[in-house]
Design a protein around this ligand. Sequence first.
Ligand code: XMP
Length: 528
Amino acid sequence: MEAQVRAEENQAPDSARILILDYGSQYTRLIARRVREAGVYSEIHPYDMATEALAAFGASGIILSGGPESVGGDDSPAVADAVIDAGVPLLGICYGMQALAAKLGGAVESSSHREFGHAEVDIAADDSLLGSVASAGRPLKVWMSHGDRVETLPQGFEAIAASRNAPLAGMADYERRYFGLQFHPEVTHTENGQRIIERFVHDICGCPSDWTPRNIIADHIERVRAEVGSQRVLLGLSGGVDSSVVAALLHEAIGDQLICVFVDNGLLRLNEADQVMATFGEHLGVNVVRVDAEQEFLDALKGEADPEVKRKIIGRKFIEVFDREAERLEGVEWLAQGTIYPDVIESAGSDTGKAHVIKSHHNVGGLPERMKLKLVEPLRDLFKDEVRQIGRELGLPQELVGRHPFPGPGLGVRILGEVRKEYADLLRRADDIFIGELREQGLYDDVSQAFAVFLPVKSVGVMGDGRRYDYVVALRAVETVDFMTARWARLPYEFLDRVSNRIINEVPGISRVSYDISTKPPATIEWE
Ligand code: XMP
């Protein structure tokens, strides 16, 4: 009896769950993330998910995402009967609202005015979704991204929001508990967007907040144990947040069945290899095998300038090295990786294949088709902040958990064009000065990610009486919550001045420093 009670407690994440149907929006994952931030488990499935699977999911509510299509077309993705038949609250966002309106007999038209970016909407003060989200009489600042708009509401609906370009920017049918929003509450630019999501999942769908870091860990430990049984797992440890958390999680799940391999590929930050070895020996008590593969990686990258090809080469090399190590270790059957949700989205477009490919991330896109090891990726459905939370919960030190993300291909995508050891050495020193100063001045935690980029172009300078003709580095620092959108960090001029002077004075071979002021989108965070 007691065991049963405990089992039920552990099943809390399954007790309430939100289904997100993906119509191809770049923001679909954000919806999932926001729902989970509200403490409710959520999963994303394609909008045309099989009827039986939808019924078996047992959703407490369904959110229909945005998408790039137009509702009017012959092949336009529609709302399935099964969604309506589920009898649970629905929230359509942007395309999801239009598709829902069309399904229920409303009219959707192409608007002559495409609305993209910041907008203001007036909201119905007594609405159960939006009411009280903005103070009385004040418009709500929202993020819009649409061409079409709802012109006539379906029967049973009333308008709950209006913008200048979309008089029907929100709709509600209180009896059936169906809602539609033309704007994106999941995007941080929408004021109190999280509050809107919370009201939907908690108040309207009745889901409690029980998707907590402890539950996430318990759930993942159980899944890992079921997956790998008593077999041994090899983990590629990079020293970044993701693989460190995987190490801690696997350590807790399978103890000494875990063996970590740390590959020094020559594309790491200054002294990183030594630090990783020390940290893991000290903090985790895990056996870490260090492999020096710098020359192997540099040889493989020689002469290659194309970013995507470089990523694939680095990914392939990693796997080759791991395979080789695994063969030397007895009975290793699995390769663990710190792949997280955003890696998956940006590689495959999305899990459900409904969005467009942006970049292939090495730890997803570069895997050879016939790999000798089976893959275990316990963080594959988690966002970065969830990964950090569970890292803390697992007892990892803050300086490790709070570390800025570092891409799998490392300096390979921060040296523009061909990768050479000479360039990597210069970049490491410049980057170390920049990051060291950020820490020193207490600015490190104010930015989400910061690094230096090596530009293989030479620029003229004077130093003392001499002329210099040396390379250029760019500094990049961004603020972001989700790494899908980012703004460049407004670092103090005096700080940038100091970093620039130090780099030019202390790193012979670099004669000029610039600061990157590009926003994502359209620029990405990394330069390649
Ligand atoms: P972008 O450049 O796509 O970066 O705006 C978003 C976040 O992803 C990281 N990033 C990568 N991580 N392998 C990784 O593991 C990669 O190939 C890769 N490319 C970018 C980037 O550092 C940022 O945090």
